[in-house]
Design a protein around this ligand. Structure first.
Ligand code: NAD
Length: 724
């Protein structure tokens, strides 16, 4: 059984059908490369064959490279990686040549790609090497090159071909941002040649193959006098494009993503040389990226471990708990967002608020999000009508009857939540699972308001719900496995990534984000230049500096959280220095972005202008400033130590969740692979030394016993806590 089947019809058209056994999505393995190569040789060598269609027996074309192949290549070192990549180049170039005479450019056989659905990574690079790309009109299909999102870049000719096909400016969104398109958008953008009704796909491809002429088979870059769209780097227009792309990439990635620099290098240097040399340049750049630990850490967290969690690695082994009818109580910002994503996922939703008007406002939020999606071309009027039809907005709790999961997202007040839980329980069946979206209140405490504490669970969404990929599922002291299964089946239906943590103050994500924000604010109080704090954070790969982050989430929220934490901790409360800053800002009405004033200043339209100069009056900038690295170490270490403590205390039970949750939940420097990957990267001993260097700042930098133990034994998180 090979991954590709071969059939020749009576008109001389060979069809190579990709169908990897036992997988819902094709991926290219080493054996697959050899099998495809042999079939291409067979077709090119058979006089009865006039042309070839490469397609898939599955609803999608291919999801990409088998990442095991990449792992294998990595373990072989530079020479093995380079040889492996060049092997693939040779096959794709053979397809592109179609057996034609290299000088006369005649006598080739057309080889086309017919995409049944999604084609990602190599699943688009292989079509790019073909003479024409047909895509079935499949609304679910996504086409593009997402490699950059896991720390790689298209290294099977995708970079070289797309830049030559579209020019650097045209190719940049796909190469540098991993932008994916549906078939029609892909055709408009020039990524595919034709969109065809699914049932006509193969017939249309065959008709083209039979009619193709020599000239149709020669790629522009193999023709004499080829000019790169938008200009190569040595002509004035092209020079500006390459310069701008380089500057923009540096601004976006702050230089911490080797793949972004490497893809630009491959594009730039490749544009200066002939096509086959450009492939070698690309292979060399790809090799250097694979040898950097960044790619390995990003693939592990953002691909392998994320996928394992998505597929239910932490789900108790229980029968299916797919949600049939969802109730959401509280149609504010979060409740409306949750109702929206559930309805989009095809789930019937009852959205309850204190008044019909408030509930309807929540439903209108969904309509607004869908209108924007329609403008972008990612939704249609019909899909909007269908989504809204699944959503019932009401003030009547009785409408919750028949729900198998109800999530409350009312005000963050234990008394209000307890009342709401009792009202829900009065109408739902005994089997219904009750979830709370609280971000600060312990689940065990809320469960005490319920008559069935074992069916109460935390399902913590992040804002904005439709954009954020993480959902934190929190087990209370009594929560049973069925409630966990129900929550995970719900998250899976939404195509979001779950982590399952135990109940403790602020659970996992907020527990780590709050110290990050506080460390930034503390530095302001110490006289560290606010611009240094913010830039240090951005330069180390945090999406937002701590001061910008607290402006976004609001300073009054920070004040409320500080007050509640102080009340809970009493004399041991460590953050008085932070309070000095945020209470002062709050008193002045500087509540953050929503107030048009916070650590930053904003213009009338709400656009952030710059750091507020008045900060220096209250907290003068010290003459002697710490160096950049020290500020960065403080900002990363304060988060990483909190993650380690969460693991030590059993809040986290799986480091994979700690890393994936940190990147998806609050953007912990994605290049690092997450806090545990970051600590492993610097090594436990060096991390320990870093903590000791920072310990003068306060006990918050005291190394947890677990870190000291790893250092003493020469161990790391991923070696000690290999996936359970
Ligand atoms: P919100 O103020 O926007 O919405 C709360 C809604 O609950 C309002 O529409 C209100 O009318 C409704 N409500 C209040 N009492 C009710 C009752 N008895 N019956 C029915 N409806 C009632 O608040 P939000 O920001 O959406 O937060 C809701 C919950 O989500 C809170 O527990 C909060 O901690 C949590 N949360 C918020 C965020 C965030 O970023 N805002 C993130 C994660 C979790």
């Amino acid at each position: 059984m090979t991954d590709f089947q071969y059939a020749l019809d009576s008109d001389g058209v060979a069809t190579i059908t990709w169908d990897v056994a036992g997988r819902s999505m094709n991926v290219l393995s080493l054996a697959g490369i050899e099998a495809l190569d042999a079939l291409i040789d067979r077709a090119l060598g058979d006089g009865a064959v006039r042309g070839v269609i490469i397609t898939s027996a599955k609803k999608d074309f291919a999801g990409g490279m088998d990442l095991q192949v990449i792992a294998q290549m990595q373990s072989g070192g530079a020479a093995a990686i380079f040889a492996g990549v060049m092997r693939l180049h040779a096959l794709l170039r053979k397809i592109e040549r179609g057996g034609m005479d290299a000088k006369a450019l005649t006598g080739g056989k057309p080889i086309v790609a017919a995409l049944t659905g999604t084609g990602l990574g190599i699943g688009y690079e292989l079509p790019l090497a073909c003479h024409r790309i047909f895509a079935a009109d499949n609304p679910k299909a996504k086409i593009g090159l997402p490699e950059i999102l896991v720390g790689l870049f298209p290294g099977a000719g995708g970079t070289t071909r797309l830049v030559r096909k579209l020019g650097l400016q045209g190719a940049a969104p796909y190469l540098l941002e991993g932008k994916l398109l549906g078939p029609h958008q892909a055709a408009e953008a020039g990524l595919v040649d034709e969109v065809v009704a699914p049932e006509a796909l193969l017939a249309r491809a065959k008709a083209w193959v039979l009619a193709a002429k020599d000239a149709d088979l020669v790629k522009p870059w193999d023709q004499k006098g080829y000019q790169m769209p938008g200009g190569a780097p040595y002509d004035p227009a092209g020079y500006m494009t390459f310069l701008a792309a380089s500057a923009m990439t540096s601004a976006k990635t702050q230089g911490v993503y080797p793949a972004a620099q490497a893809v630009l290098q491959a594009a730039y240097e490749g544009a200066l040389v002939g096509f086959d040399t450009a492939l070698k340049v690309e292979a060399r750049a790809f090799t250097s990226v694979l040898l950097d630990t960044t790619a390995g850490a990003m693939i592990r967290s953002l691909f392998l471990n994320k996928e394992a969690l998505d597929k239910g690695a932490r789900r108790p082994v229980l029968p299916d708990e797919s949600v049939q009818k969802l109730g959401v109580v509280g149609a504010g910002m979060m409740g409306a967002g949750i109702a929206h994503v559930a309805a989009v996922a095809g789930i019937a939703v009852v959205l309850v608020d204190s008044s019909v008007e408030a509930a309807e406002r929540g439903k209108a939020h969904s309509a607004g999000v869908l209108d924007k999606a329609i403008q972008r071309g990612s939704a249609t009027e019909e899909s909007k009508t269908a989504v809204l039809a699944r959503m019932t907005a009401t003030a009547d709790y009785a409408a919750l009857a028949g729900c198998d999961l109800v999530i409350e997202a009312v005000f963050e007040d234990p008394k209000v939540k307890a009342e709401v839980i009792a009202r829900i329980e009065a109408v739902v069946a005994q089997s219904c699972i009750l979830a709370t979206n609280t971000s600060t209140l312990p689940i065990t405490g809320l469960a005490a308001a319920s008559r069935r504490a074992e069916q109460v669970i935390g399902v913590h969404f992040f804002s904005p719900v439709d954009k954020m990929a993480l959902v934190e599922v929190i087990r209370g002291a009594k929560t049973n496995d069925r409630a966990v299964a129900k929550a995970l089946d719900f998250v899976r239906a939404l195509r979001k990534t779950p982590i399952v943590v135990n109940d403790a103050r602020f659970f996992y994500a907020n527990r780590c984000i709050i110290p990050y924000i506080n460390e930034g604010i503390r530095m302001v109080a110490e006289g560290v230049d606010p611009a240094l704090i913010e830039n240090a954070a951005r330069l180390v790969g945090m999406p937002l500096g701590p001061l910008q982050l607290v402006d976004e989430t609001s300073i009054d929220l920070a004040v409320r959280i500080a007050a509640a934490t102080k009340a809970a901790m009493g004399a041991t409360y460590p953050d008085a220095a932070v309070d000095g800053v945020i209470f002062t800002l709050a008193e002045q009405g500087r509540l953050g972005r929503k107030a048009g004033a916070g650590f930053y200043t904003y213009d009338a339209a709400g656009k952030r202008i710059g750091l507020w100069e008045g900060l220096a009056n209250a907290w003068p900038v010290a003459v002697v400033q710490p160096d950049l690295a020290q500020v960065q170490h403080r900002l990363l270490m304060i988060q990483a130590l909190e993650a380690v403590r969460a693991l030590e205390q059993g809040v986290l039970t799986d480091i994979r969740e700690g890393d994936v949750g940190a990147i998806l939940g609050w953007g912990f420097a994605p290049w690092s692979g997450g806090p545990f990957s970051w600590l492993d990267r610097i090594g436990a001993s060096a991390a320990l030394a870093m903590c000791e260097g920072l310990s003068g700042l306060g006990p918050r930098f005291a190394p947890p016993a677990l870190l000291a133990d790893l250092a003493a034994k020469g161990d790391g998180f991923y070696t000690r806590f290999a996936a359970a």
